[in-house]
Design a protein around this ligand. Structure first.
Ligand code: GLU
Length: 425
């Protein structure tokens, strides 16, 4: 299965392996038929309960999929993560935080989970999501919705539509959400009119997506806010990070704690049966299967992601640190000492370098010697590594060592350290 959005369709090699793995997962979990489709929004009952699809999008923009990967369903609560990202982009994390908290509620998605000052516990439950939507910039409910729909479309890389039947069905029956709107408006959390906020919220929940869309939307968050297919920088890396953090602690309703133990990925589920999960830096996953467990999470979706996480070793807390040293080569010759570094330099990589420098001469580099540091194959230097390197360079220079930096890619030059000293003088 190749994606039709552009870059993804370039994929040839390797693609069939993941497509086949996903197809196998779909067949493996297809017999699971426990749970019921959501019925409290009458129109949601009309979905075929046995539909099932999965897609995965890499940060290179390749999409792999299996099952009903082209089937549209309503995004429901998975929209909450994206509404939050837009609100944080619009007014900043602190201002959003004055209206909606950051703490897992441990309650059901539609519970009255308000803290001591009447602020919803977090933006991933209904109370918090309705408030979040009210914070999105716009002259009225229509403009706020248009901005959110276009924002989510940019995350997905295609224009997303709305299921008007589901919207009307929820608008007609959503008294509990309106009640949450009034409670949060009374405490000063919700901004503007309740009817406006809930109408925008019901419409955002009725946006139509496929598992491919969810995978790309997740990959946009995984990829520092840049849609990996269109290259569109939809949010800043800091907004992506904040959104993923809240998804990690609060995204799976009152299953969020156990989810973190068993799956260990930021995720958001919706009562339509969709789940978006993210492996930061690696990929976004979308799963759809409309039968829900008692918490409102897709039964197959949870099972599939538990399986994927352990099978592909994705748990956030599992750290498979590569055995490769950042020091690709180090040698001595008549010109002095040479060290070539490779990859992304973090604290551990900087430590590798320091150790290599000390062992090269069986002791400190002698005064008057030259040290050539080659950064040509370094991709990024993280701030901690920058500081370690700057401190080491200062010590070497003070000891009379002449440090020469090779940096054709400019990864080093211009990076100021916290102390204001530069790695290269
Ligand atoms: N539109 C749904 C509601 O507010 C979304 C709930 C959900 O997916 O958790 O009831």
């Amino acid at each position: 299965v190749s994606d039709d959005r552009g870059v993804g369709s370039r994929l040839a090699h390797g693609g069939e392996v993941l497509d086949a793995a996903l197809a196998e997962i779909v067949e493996r979990f297809r017999p699971v038929r426990t749970g019921d489709v959501a019925s409290y929004i009458p129109e949601l009952e009309h979905v075929d309960p046995d539909t099932f699809g999965i897609a995965l999008c890499s940060p290179r923009g390749h999409v792999y999929a299996a099952g009903d990967d082209g089937l549209e369903f309503t995004v429901q609560s998975t929209s909450k993560a994206f509404a939050y990202a837009l609100a944080v982009t619009d007014v900043g994390v602190d201002e959003v935080g004055r209206h909606v908290g950051f703490e897992p509620s441990g309650d059901a998605f539609n519970a009255i989970s308000l803290d001591a000052v009447g602020r919803p516990d977090n933006p991933m439950i209904n109370a918090g999501a309705i408030v979040t939507t009210s914070l999105i910039r716009g002259a009225d409910a229509d403009e706020r919705f248009d901005r959110l729909r276009s924002f989510m479309s940019r995350c997905a890389g295609r224009d997303l539509g709305v299921d008007e039947h589901v919207f009307r069905s929820e608008l007609a029956t959503g008294d509990r959400n309106r009640a949450l709107g009034y409670l949060t408006r009374a405490s000063g959390s919700l901004v503007g009119e309740v009817a406006d906020a809930t109408a925008t919220y019901f419409r955002q929940c009725s946006i139509l997506v496929t598992v491919r869309d969810l995978a790309v939307m997740g990959a946009t968050l995984a990829n520092n806010g840049v849609n990996p297919i269109t290259g569109d920088a939809v949010v800043t890396s800091s907004v992506a990070q904040t959104t993923l953090a809240v998804m990690t602690t609060c995204g799976m309703y009152d299953y969020s704690g156990e989810w973190m133990v068993r799956v260990g990925l930021p995720a958001k589920s919706g009562v339509g049966g969709g789940i978006v999960a993210v492996k930061p830096g690696q990929f976004g996953v979308g799963v759809f299967s409309p039968r829900l467990d008692e918490r409102g999470n897709s039964v197959r979706g949870v099972r599939v992601l538990e399986h994927l996480s352990s099978d592909l070793d994705l748990h956030l807390m599992a750290h498979a640190r590569s055995a490769h040293s950042a020091v690709a080569q180090s040698w001595l010759d008549d010109l002095g000492a040479h060290v070539a570094l490779v990859g992304e330099l973090d604290f551990v990589a900087a430590e590798d370098l320091v150790v290599a420098l000390e062992t090269l001469f069986d002791g400190p580099l002698p005064a008057g010697s030259t040290l050539e540091l080659d950064f040509s194959r370094v991709t990024v230097i993280r701030p901690t590594a920058e500081r370690v390197l700057a401190a080491r360079r200062a010590r070497l220079t003070a000891a009379g060592v002449h440090v020469v930096v090779i940096d054709p890619g400019g990864v080093v030059a211009g990076h100021e350290t916290a102390a204001g000293e530069r790695l290269v003088g």
